[in-house]
Design a binder for this molecule. Sequence first.
Ligand SMILES: [Zn+2]
Length: 148
Amino acid sequence: MKAADSHEAMERMLSAYLDEELTQAEAQRVELHLQECASCRTALDEMRRIQQLTAQIPFHQPPDAALEAIEQRLSVQAPRRGGWALLVIGIAAWIVYGLVQVLRHPRWPTVPELIAAAVVIGLLLLFVSVLRQRLLERPHDRYRRVKR
Ligand SMILES: [Zn+2]
């Protein structure tokens, strides 16, 4: 028997053998040693069991799924924020435009102007109500969490 095939040398190679990191020749030497060494067989069995147990531990959340959730949230939130920003800018522009027109040429508004005013005021009311709801919900949640 060669010195490299000693029990100690084989024992050190067991984990690499289990992970299939050995060359074919090395693996064969380990297999030959395993046939005649009960101690190494037991050690290998133990390693296998530990490896199987580790493989069974479920991850908290697979990284891919977490990334997907973030991406989805971004792709939903980004257009929504853009929509809100445009809405706010549009409403503000209409109000400024309307005020300037009224101050420059005081007259009764035309029907299209009344319709535009109704749309702007309606959107403004919706916007304010959503904003109020958000502002009311946030501190309420925090207060509850602190209390419990
Ligand atoms: Zn051995």
